[in-house]
Design a protein around this ligand. Structure first.
Ligand code: R5P
Length: 307
């Protein structure tokens, strides 16, 4: 059942927060504190490094790590943010920007961005990524390409050597709805026998992206995932494919928050740094004290079933 159905009295804000953050209720969140703290560490460290006062056009990605990016940008203060424009990768990040009272723009107005920061489902040794677990990868890729600097933020679980090692659901492929059956057959033929249309959880039928399309999740074996650029090219050539959730050779750096409070930074020139935690971002803090979970706890969550 949807949050609206289970919590008919919930405010629009409470509903939005639940949908945005993909976060379990506080009782469950407590067990996830290391992961939430890791996401926040990665986000804070990346913002501190890459969102500088001279940056005016900033892309905001999607997912459960990005709210911490917005939180850190807000903390830079109203004076620096008043001249900035923030470009979202979808509904969720648009709501984050609006709710934080930041100025909203769109990529058709601002086709060149200073920086975009986004999450990822998995990142390999060469900073290639799987993205689209939240079905936002079309807009995410446009904003990644539009940005002079594209940076990934994630928790330690996403730091991988070969894509598909930890994210097993497959490569997200956004497709024109009328072409989905043909594309399922195509994907199965080119090496993904378990390719499947992504079905909605709280709606009958398939999920529909912010762009009105469907998503197919296409798992490929390591023999394909070791060369994600070739796989990306092959899938993208299939007629009816709108965008593929493989982001190859795009990231300048990836920030991974670790359980011990450090951040592993992998750069596109091969350098790897271990950075100690940002001073005001405690290594492992009870997430009930954080901006997001305070919002969650003050919202009318009822018994806390996520969407
Ligand atoms: O479509 C969704 C995006 O690609 C997200 O950026 C990705 O799923 C990572 O999200 P999270 O930060 O929640 O792991």
């Amino acid at each position: 059942m949807s949050t609206l159905a289970t919590h008919p009295g919930a405010s629009r804000r409470a509903y939005r927060l639940l949908a945005w953050v993909d976060c379990p209720p506080r009782s469950v969140l407590k067990n996830l504190s290391a992961i939430e703290a890791s996401k926040r560490l990665a986000a804070y460290t990346a913002v501190d490094k890459h969102i500088l006062p001279e940056h005016k056009y900033i892309g905001i990605g999607s997912g459960s790590t990005v709210p911490y990016v917005v939180e850190r940008i807000v903390a830079q203060g109203a004076a620096v943010n008043k001249d900035r424009v923030f470009i979202p990768t979808g509904f969720q990040s648009k709501e984050l920007i609006v709710d934080a009272n930041l100025q909203l723009g769109d990529v058709d107005q601002y086709p060149t961005l200073d920086v975009t920061i986004d999450g990822a489902d998995e990142v390999d040794a060469d900073l290639n990524c799987i993205k689209g677990g939240g079905a936002c990868h079309l807009r995410e890729k446009v904003l990644a390409e539009a940005a002079i600097t594209w940076v990934i933020v994630a928790d330690f679980r996403k730091n991988s050597s070969v894509l598909g090692t930890t994210y097993k659901k497959g490569v997200p492929v956004e497709v024109a709805p009328f072409a989905y059956a043909k594309l399922l057959a195509n994907l199965r033929m080119i090496g993904s026998p378990d390719a499947a249309l992504r079905m909605a959880v709280n709606k009958a039928g398939p999920i529909v992206t912010d762009n009105g399309n469907f998503v197919i999740d296409a798992p490929f074996g390591p023999e394909y995932m070791k060369d994600p650029l070739t796989l990306l090219t092959r899938i993208k050539m299939l007629t009816g494919v709108v965008e593929v959730g493989l982001f190859c050779h795009m990231a300048k750096a990836a920030y991974f928050g670790n359980e011990d409070g450090s951040v592993t930074v992998r750069h596109n020139d091969g350098r790897v740094e271990e950075v100690q935690s940002t001073p005001d971002a405690p290594a492992v803090q009870d997430p009930s004290e954080s901006y997001l979970s305070n919002k969650l706890s003050t919202a009318e969550i009822g018994n806390g079933h996520a969407v």
